[in-house]
Write a protein that binds this ligand. Structure first.
Ligand code: PLP
Length: 429
């Protein structure tokens, strides 16, 4: 399958090109150039890897052999995907059992496979730039750590990620460089976009991005929706509604693609924190990105969600058509904490702040079951917040225990593009 930019349907590129470039030259985002293949038939539930094969092969087959695709899937989807029943018709799908304990491992691991396969076919050194609101950075670092010919540069907002998230970002060393930026996630994202638009820089280095602006991150995220939707549909005879904690709206975009591919999903609820551009857009029809505000669910503190450009493309800017497939609702920090406490007292279930945002939304809107809460991070990643709210001790999973004792290394810079450019050029050497 070929891909084109949301801003120009004329110039088609291959999957490899779309993945290596990250952002299209015109500033748009790559999207599939062919119609989604809505199979419109009952889909049998199957394993993570088999579902991955089914959903990803049509997108990859022009660039990779079936064996290569199977190899990438094998390496990327190598962790469990538990679905927990909290009560009748209410389920939590734990997306966070990968190496960095957030759902971003699905995208991070698969894109690392894609890129290392692409780079084997070229000889250049590739620099991967990522802006992170907390979890993307470590998922990408983990996927790319020690991959030959690839350097990863991670920008994260100073003071706006959790202590453990910062440890995860800054303790790799080797081919991973972490930069602490005096600014917000939106600032980091802006700097990355500026680097992609800098012709002079791009004539000297081969840059790519592993943010959810990269189509290679989004495609693999369709897979867990397929797995869970089929399981639910098979067990209950009904299509589930999915509650999706949202920030940059990559997770929702992947869900919408899964829906267009024919996965049995009734509706999505994109749940946001106080950063509520999208719910405002759906209710007013006016899309007005703003500066982000800081909340307890920091990985969702995004004021200008970049995947909205893809979602607008998918629905031809038709807000009514969007509303038929997804609603969006904003939840405050106090509602989030309340939901976290209630879930613990009602079910003995510990949910991280991002997942709790989605649970709070479930309590607010009347939904007919089955409902699946997409749980995006392990509660231990937000240890301080969760321990304080629930008055419990959380044991660190082994992945995190090993990290806390390591020394952190991060460069620090103000939100000035010139400083970033200098660091990138030095990394090229
Ligand atoms: C990134 C992230 C989100 C938001 O996902 P988007 O794809 O950016 O909407 C939600 N929860 C957690 C824990 C995250 O890391």
């Amino acid at each position: 399958m070929k891909f084109y930019s949301t801003r120009n349907k004329e110039s088609m590129v291959s999957l490899s090109e779309a993945v290596l470039r990250g952002l299209a030259a015109d500033g748009g985002l790559y999207v599939p150039a062919s119609k989604f293949n809505n199979r419109n038939k009952l889909l049998d539930p199957c394993s993570l890897k088999d579902t991955a094969n089914e959903l990803l092969t049509p997108f990859c087959l022009e660039d990779f052999t079936k064996e290569e695709i199977a190899e990438m899937i094998n390496e990327a989807f190598n962790f469990p995907l538990p679905v927990i029943e909290l009560q009748k018709k209410l389920f939590v799908c734990e997306l966070y059992h990968g190496p960095t304990l957030a759902f971003k491992d699905f995208g991070g691991r698969f894109i690392a496979q894609l890129m290392s396969k692409c780079i084997q076919k070229k000889s250049d050194k590739l620099i991967i730039l990522v802006a992170t609101s907390g979890d993307t950075g470590s998922a990408v670092a983990s996927g790319f750590y020690n991959v030959p010919n690839i350097e990863v540069i991670i920008l994260y907002p100073a003071g706006k990620v959790s202590a453990l998230q910062e440890k995860q970002l800054t303790t790799y060393g080797g081919n991973i460089t972490a930069i602490k930026v005096n600014g917000t996630f939106d600032t980091c994202q802006q700097l990355v976009k500026q680097a992609f638009g800098d012709r002079d820089l791009n004539s000297q280095v081969c840059l790519s991005s592993a943010n959810s602006i990269n189509i290679g991150r989004l495609l693999p995220q369709m897979v867990y929706y397929g797995v869970v939707a089929r399981q639910m549909h098979d067990a209950t005879g009904k299509k589930p509604t999915m509650m999706v904690p949202s920030g940059n709206f990559g997770n929702l975009m992947a869900g919408l693609m899964a829906l267009k591919m024919g996965e049995p999903i009734k509706h999505f609820v994109a749940v946001v924190n106080a950063n509520k551009v999208v719910p405002d857009y759906l209710s007013s029809g006016n899309y007005t990105p703003t500066a982000s505000v800081q909340t307890l669910s920091n990985a969702m503190d995004v004021g200008a969600p970049s995947n909205m450009e893809r979602i607008q493309w998918l629905y031809n800017n038709n807000v009514q058509a969007m509303a038929a497939d997804f609603s969006s609702i904003s939840i405050s920090d106090s509602e989030t904490l309340q939901a976290m406490k209630q879930t613990y007292s009602d079910f003995g279930y510990v949910a991280d702040p991002h997942t709790s945002v989605a649970i709070a939304a479930y309590k607010k809107v009347a939904l007919q079951g089955p409902v699946v809460i997409m749980s995006t991070a392990h509660p231990a990643k937000f240890k301080e917040t969760v321990e304080q709210a629930l008055d419990i001790n959380i044991e660190l999973p082994s992945q995190l225990q090993a990290i806390v004792i390591k020394q952190s290394h991060a460069l620090q810079m103000d939100a000035e593009y010139a400083s970033l450019k200098k660091i990138i050029l030095e990394n090229q050497k």
